[in-house]
Design a protein around this ligand. Structure first.
Ligand code: 1GP
Length: 253
């Protein structure tokens, strides 16, 4: 499958430094706030805005939030869908995700089957992504019937990323869940990078609340750090995380 414009740009940027993505959940942030938040995040140096969530995302709100974000900043807007209602024609791309460790086929291929028809109709750039829940995974883990990777089994998390690569996915997202008490351990990211090699883009999110943690995950081999909850609670800390992500020389430890 052809690599699209958004993915191409992100890949070329990620060769220099790790990237930071900001997650806006339309269930928590309405259109009136989304635009000003996105423009602040752009000024802080975030690289893309992810839009989506597991619960309470309506198509209309999603459209309105994305329209406001697009009006207020020039960052790529990438869909992060929790279900087929998470698709909007106004986005630049979509993480076309399969929840690899779901126990329910709906979240592995059935939602994707239904979503594919809409994505084709809207002509949205699809970024093939293996989505892997670590621990209970919060709302994403519950809604997605995930059989979460135990925190102390870095090897299993690594194997899921290898599986994503062997299935032809170009991105793998290790997810502890929004607001997770504990982020994905750097040892798991390191195992994934060692097993799957350099090509696959590794995203990591869930419970990352400070620069030091973000930097340790990048040093372990992550290409993209995702921050969600802090954007609403403590934007200054997001700025620290972005700085920390950008300050790391990859694989320096
Ligand atoms: C959730 O990984 C993202 O899907 C972000 O998590 O809200 O904990 O930053 P946080």
């Amino acid at each position: 499958m052809r690599v699209g414009r958004v993915e191409e740009e992100l890949r070329s940027k990620a060769k220099e430094r790790a990237l930071h993505f900001s997650l806006i959940d339309p269930d928590k942030t309405g259109p009136s706030d989304a635009g000003s938040i996105a423009s602040k995040l752009e000024a802080m140096g975030t690289d893309a805005i992810l839009v989506g969530g597991s619960i309470g995302v309506s198509e209309r709100e999603l459209d309105e939030v994305i329209i406001e974000i697009k009006r207020s900043c020039s960052l790529p807007v990438i869909l992060f869908p929790g279900n087929i209602t998470g698709i909007s024609r106004y986005a630049d791309a979509i993480l076309f995700m399969s929840l690899l460790n779901s126990t329910n086929p709906y979240f592995i291929t059935r939602a994707q089957l239904l979503g594919a028809a809409i994505i084709r109709k809207y002509d949205i750039e699809a970024i093939p992504t293996g989505y892997i829940i670590v621990g209970s995974g919060g709302a994403a883990g519950y809604v997605g019937y995930a059989h979460g990777v135990p925190y102390d089994r870095a090897d299993i998390g690594g194997l899921y990323v290898l599986l994503a690569k062997y299935m032809g996915m170009r991105f793998a997202y290790l997810e502890a869940g929004s607001g997770a008490p504990r982020p994905v351990p750097p040892t798991m990211v390191r195992a994934a990078r060692n097993l799957a090699g350099e090509d696959i883009v590794i995203m990591v999110g869930g419970g990352i609340r400070d620069g030091e943690t973000a930097a340790s995950i990048v040093k372990a081999g992550a290409n993209i750090i995702v921050t969600g909850t802090l954007i609403e609670r403590n934007p200054d800390k997001v700025s620290n995380i972005i700085r920390a992500v950008k300050s790391v020389t990859r694989h320096s430890s």
